[in-house]
Design a protein around this ligand. Sequence first.
Ligand SMILES: [Zn+2]
Length: 68
Amino acid sequence: MPIYEFVCQSCHTPFEKFVLSARDAKDILCPRCGSSSVKKVVSSFSCCSSRSGQGGMPTATCGTTRFG
Ligand SMILES: [Zn+2]
C-alpha cells in the first residue's frame, strides 16, 4: 500500500499521503500550514509484517507429521 506517513517540520502535524513514487514525495505539502518542509516517517507496521513473514510455524506444524 503506497501510503506514506509524513510529519510537518513547521507545525509538527503528522499526516498520511498517497504517494505513487519517490518523486511525488518531494512535492508533498503540509495539509495544515502548506509548508513543503515535511519529513517522511517510516511506518512501524511495515517492520512487523516483514518479521512475521519469517515465522517458521507452518514448517514446524508440517514437520510433526510422520510417515512410517
Ligand atoms: Zn505544517
